[in-house]
Write a protein that binds this ligand. Structure first.
Ligand SMILES: [Zn+2]
Length: 450
């Protein structure tokens, strides 16, 4: 039994107040997911009104933006006013962070912390989160687990860029929060995604976990290697996050591992945006925590079948509100889902893709070079790495001006340190780094053949 639950109550367990709050919100989300579109929208509008008033009252940058759309404190925005609120770009956020943050975060929202995001277009941003945004992150994590009926007594193997040691594998009892707050869970292993693919697969074969969680590009390499070896080390399912998942990868995973792949659409600065439907193959927008728009080139909402820019409003972030924030991804709008949920539907998400890097001795790994390791060097807007040989990487950056020699030395040193190998690097200055023709942004491109 969990030590923080009430003693003397094993079945049913009586959770502590925080876990009970989580369950209470999850219970409401269980109901709201089935609401018809207009009822769901009406509830979103209620929350949105609170957010707009708060932003107007306490965030000077937003007062200006909202005023320009004809908003006045306490007013409920109609469709026309809403669409006149200027879209907040990553670049706006990068430069106007202090101006957009609230000067009076409600005490009840808890502590405020910084969130870094390298994002899907190579433009790093800093945002803020609160205990409340973390709380909704946790509630949505549980929603995802319950939708996909995961067995918490099973074992979980996570290969991630943000956790785990670069020197090996870390094991722990329990899946960590939020699952551990509610019940006991099975063993978990954490491994850093920069670990060589061969070693990742060796360890997976050693422990045979029930669930694997990793990045799509890493999973692709694992699938190819596992298919080559004819091994199937995952028992029940695979969960991906952080990059685009195409039909080709789903097919490859089905063939190599024989288990389903469930994807999550999220961003560090916004939290969860959409979860994969347990019945259909589409994604459902997490409408209780985010208002998500898909806009065409004229700024109008796309109809089902249309592909456009993803623009989101986070409904509970009162520290650094994100109102009509352009995440940097594209998505295709879907129609009604056969599961019957009223949550809006996306059929595809076109976000970031990342190629695998090759070490000087030829093994492949998922390259990690988070914004916080190099953002301090210069006001770089976008970054893209192209590996042209086993020992050589071309660094393309978009900035107002060229880097000076000293900045260039600092940038390449920071990247070498993040990647973990002394690659020879050359820097190239450009005005803007475009997306690939399929609409995805490639932040690491490998031109090295095996
Ligand atoms: Zn569905």
């Amino acid at each position: 039994m969990r030590p923080d639950m009430m003693s003397g109550a094993f079945f049913p367990a009586v959770p502590d107040p925080y876990a009970a709050r989580l369950m209470a919100v999850l219970y409401q989300m269980e109901q709201s997911q089935w609401l018809p579109d207009e009822q769901l929208r009406a509830r979103q509008q209620g929350q949105l009104a609170l957010l707009l008033r708060h932003a107007w009252d306490t965030a000077p940058g937003y007062r200006q933006r909202l005023e320009s759309a004809g908003y006045a404190s306490g007013k409920q925005p109609d469709r026309q006013m809403w669409s006149s609120i200027p879209v907040l770009t990553r670049s706006d956020l990068q430069h106007g962070h202090a101006f957009l943050a609230s000067t009076a975060v409600p005490q009840a929202h808890g502590s405020v912390f910084t969130v870094e995001s390298s994002g899907s277009t190579g433009i790093p941003v800093q945002a803020l989160g609160t205990d409340l945004t973390r709380f909704f992150w946790q509630a949505t994590t549980l929603r995802d687990h319950f939708w996909h009926r995961r067995d918490f007594s099973g074992s979980l193997f996570a290969i991630r860029p943000d956790r785990g040691s670069r020197d090996g594998i870390v094991s722990q009892q329990g899946w960590g929060p939020p699952v551990d707050m509610l019940m006991s869970s099975g063993p978990m292993w954490l491994m850093h995604s920069s670990t060589a693919i061969e070693e990742q697969l060796d360890r997976l074969c050693d422990v045979h976990p029930d669930y694997l969680m990793t990045l799509p590009s890493n999973l692709r390499e694992l699938s190819l290697l596992a298919a080559g070896r004819g091994t199937r080390p995952i028992g029940m399912g695979i969960r991906t996050f952080g990059e685009s998942v195409g039909e080709e990868l789903r097919e490859l995973v089905r063939e190599s591992f024989g288990v389903p792949l469930v994807d999550i659409y999220s961003a560090s600065e916004t939290g969860y945006l959409a979860l994969q439907c347990p019945l259909g193959g589409c994604y459902h927008v997490n409408a209780e925590t985010v208002l998500l728009e898909v806009l065409d080139d004229d700024g109008l909402p796309c109809q089902p079948g249309g592909v456009g820019r993803v623009v989101v409003t986070t409904l509970h972030n009162f520290a650094l509100p994100l109102i009509r924030y352009e995440v940097g991804d594209y998505a295709e709008v879907g129609g009604l889902c056969p599961c019957g949920r009223g949550l809006p539907v996306l059929t595809r998400i076109l976000g970031r893709v990342r190629g695998m890097a090759v070490t000087p001795d030829g093994s492949r790994f998922w390259p990690s070079f988070p914004g916080e390791s190099w953002m301090h060097v210069a006001p770089i807007r976008q970054l893209q790495l192209i590996q042209t040989a086993r020992d050589r990487i071309e660094v393309t950056y978009a900035m107002e001006r060229m880097l000076n020699d000293d900045e260039e030395r600092q940038l390449t040193a920071a990247l070498r340190s993040s990647l973990g190998f002394p690659y020879r690097m050359t820097c190239r200055w450009v005005d803007r780094i475009p997306r690939s023709p399929n609409g995805k942004f490639e932040d690491f491109i490998s031109q090295v053949d095996d």
